[in-house]
Write a protein that binds this ligand. Sequence first.
Ligand code: GDP
Length: 612
Amino acid sequence: MQAPTIGGVSVPRGQGQVIRLSRGASLSDFAEKIGVNPASLVQVLFHLGEMVTATQSVNDETLQLLGAELNYNVQVVSPEEEDRELLEAFDIEFGEDVGDESDLEPRPPVVTVMGHVDHGKTKLLDAIRHTNVQAHEAGGITQHIGAYQVVATVDGQDRAITFIDTPGHEAFTAMRARGAETTDLVILVVAADDGVKPQTTEALNHAQAAGVPVVVAVNKIDKEGADPARVRAQLTEYGLVAEELGGTTQFVDVSAKTGAGIPELLEAVILTADAELDLRANPNQPAQGVAIEAHLDRGRGPVATVLVQRGTLHVGDSIVCGEAYGRVRAMLDEDGAPVAEAPPSRPVQVLGLTAVPDAGDSFLVVDDDRKARQIAERREARERTAQFAQRRPRVTLEDLESALKSGARRELLLIIKGDVSGSVEALEDSLLKIDVGEDVALRVIGRGVGAITQDDVNLAIASDAVIIGFNVRPAGRAAELAQREGVDIRYYSVIYQAIEEIEAALKGMLKPEFEEVQLGTAEIRQVFRVPRVGNVAGCIVRSGTITRHSKARLIRDGVVVADSLSIESLRRVKDDVTEVREGYECGIGLGYADIKVGDTVETFEMREKPRA
Ligand code: GDP
């Protein structure tokens, strides 16, 4: 039996079978699943108007398009789904507390400290650790493990607070970009003698994008020139209004140097958490959480600081953390003291893993070592195959319309960077005035002055936002990261142009613009009549290259006599070839009868035009 052909390529069709492919899979992966040669899929896709290589990662729509053409039901699976399915195969559910409401118990808030450089984040984290009201017993060696817990007294009650001991929003966004939501609350540090600075607002953007409540620590009040009232006034512009000014945000004046105000700051954290968050977890289940940081210790092997998010972690538990696994040999707290068990929100150093996990990797306890190893091994295998195809499709202005239609998105998130603050504000104001009805909203989750940084790109990754660069360009490795992760960056130098495009995108009118690129021309010198095929043109290639399957038109005396043709067959002497270069003779089948000696065959392709 002969396999049916598509565009001259014979590929066996399916019978509607379900084919599951990882997000970002390549044509090779597809070919492997259906047992065909990857090159044939490249050709089929080419015939459908898309040019990709066999190993290149392609987007969901392309995989589906190919599936439809070949009569397979393609299901694209995201990495998160894949991992969930992997764990399900082991009867494990990650990320949900076991049981019902009655199984949940209050847990301490997990706090990250963010703010502008030199405003005192590091010093504040140190100060908090040392003014711990319930001082740890002496003996332990204070060490940096990436997170620690302190106890504050609020209304006569001892309340624990967990601090992520990696100041700055880089760590915060990097974790979020990996899907690890570790932080419950952010302390925004602002130096009272310096006021709100670019990174202050950047940090605030991150916190707000994550929907995390903010407590403001107005630091360095011991310094001459400190003006805490000015900080309060400045932050009102960003939607943070102090309680004493009628708002809901807690502002606390502190000095990381003298220790003044630290107890009040801790109290404000607890009060804000109590008022705005419902922090509960089931402590009586196998532990799950996330790795905060990890390193290889020469004497002790891989050491990972993990944050328990639900359940209780015990010495002796079998755990998997990313692609690492093992049995918990020992657990240490931030003072180097041994810990027997770690309940929710408790950070501990774990010894006993086989490898060093990545920050942001999830960890979970399983029944036995064998299971732990199997899960880790499968993840590792998957990671290896996925390495070529890491790119995740993200929101671009062009695909916004289909995302909106499919109901996947009702909001366009933007990050605006500009050369001067005036232009950023003006642009944001005008963009927010665009009205395209109630179905679609536009939200600016980040704004700032200066080049587009890696941090902006990370925020875009974490939130699926589009970046607008107004008279600015990416700095350092930001462009590379954006490209790798598929983040859409738009550059403008005229405000109305930005407004027009965004408005068009929101209305679903923004189509990619294509321009025609000529590939080659060939002159017809002879016409052959071939039985069952029709007229074939004996040509000489006059310029460029003639490629099989490319789009073509026929020109006679400078006038186009037939358009929307294609190079259906291409031969050199007796052999089928894929391309013929300038100066060579070839036989071209256009599937078009009216060809004459002296006509010119012109081939071209449509390339997406980069927008100005
Ligand atoms: P980070 O970049 O935000 O982590 O800032 P650091 O914690 O490194 O602090 C920057 C500088 O400000 C250091 O020289 C600190 O000693 C100083 N500093 C931090 N907090 C205070 C404070 O409350 N009062 C005074 N006088 N100096 C402070």
